[in-house]
Design a protein around this ligand. Structure first.
Ligand code: SF4
Length: 267
């Protein structure tokens, strides 16, 4: 599932993107999806390089525009499994509008957000996911902007499957993505990944291993999180697991019905 005889990848040593990319491939394998029938679409950024390393039909598109490209592919050929790989800047800033409208339409895509809390490739600027007080090249004294919770955002905007995992919890991440493939509608999986270079170095977080330990120590499985008293749901702790599932007609089916009602030829 990975391209051979290509240039070596450009990710820094210890980057978490490779773990998340592998998890997507393992989820594809787990669900028995056809390699020939799966398309990988990405935007721009460190995470979005992944599409170039994967042996599928792939599109490496414009910054923030992966979801519109993927929407076009899905509408043109609804039988394809369309997977979007995006980063936190790509998905929630530059492509933020596309993200919420993709959720709203419930178009049948699986969107995996590699969240490293920063714009890595473009120079370490703060993204909408940079935590309060963390440093970036555009926030040398610490970010004062409150970060998005991308899972809450996806749920509120209309996604019908919403989950979070991390590069530390690789098997769990595979399961979350595989479950997303089962949903006929907009599936959103946030994968926290360590970025020891642009984020870690600036915030003195030590080695990639330390960053993974941070994920291990702070992630709380959703079922356990729900039982935590409110006063314990503080600090840097965050829940992982599937947060939301809903039954709703996906965009392609709804579109077909409109065409049928109008007397045209449905796909
Ligand atoms: Fe990975 Fe960060 Fe390096 Fe980008 S800058 S490749 S996210 S470690």
């Amino acid at each position: 599932y990975f391209r051979q005889n290509r240039l070596p990848h450009l990710w820094c040593p210890g980057c978490g993107n490779g773990i998340a990319m592998k998890a997507i491939v393992q989820a594809i394998e787990k669900k028995g999806l056809s390699q020939d029938n799966t398309v990988i679409v990405s935007g721009i950024g460190c995470s979005s390089r992944a599409s170039g390393y994967m042996d599928f039909d792939t599109l490496h598109t414009a910054h923030g525009r992966a979801i519109p490209f993927a929407t076009g592919i899905k509408l043109a050929n609804p039988d394809l499994n369309v997977v979007v790989i995006t980063g936190d800047g790509d998905c929630t800033a530059i492509g933020g509008n596309h993200f919420i409208h993709g959720c709203r339409r419930n178009i049948d895509l699986t969107v995996v957000l590699f969240n490293n809390n920063i714009y890595g490739m473009t120079g370490g600027q703060a993204s909408p996911m940079t935590p309060l007080g963390k440093k970036a090249t555009t926030a040398p004294y610490g970010s004062v902007d409150r970060p998005f919770d991308a899972c809450h955002l996806a749920e509120a905007a209309g996604a019908t499957y919403v989950a979070r995992s991390t590069a530390f919890h690789e098997k769990h991440l595979v399961d979350m993505i595989a479950d997303g493939f089962d949903n006929k509608g907009f599936s959103f999986i946030e994968a926290l990944v360590q970025c020891p270079t642009a984020y870690g170095r600036k915030n003195k977080m030590g080695s990639p291993a330390n960053m993974m330990m941070w994920m291990r120590d702070n992630a709380v499985m959703k079922a356990a999180w729900d039982k935590l008293p409110e006063e314990k749901k503080t600090g840097e702790k965050f829940p992982i697991g599937c947060f939301y599932k809903a039954e709703a007609m996906d965009y392609d089916t709804a579109y077909d019905q409109v065409i049928e009602r109008a007397g045209g030829a449905a796909k």
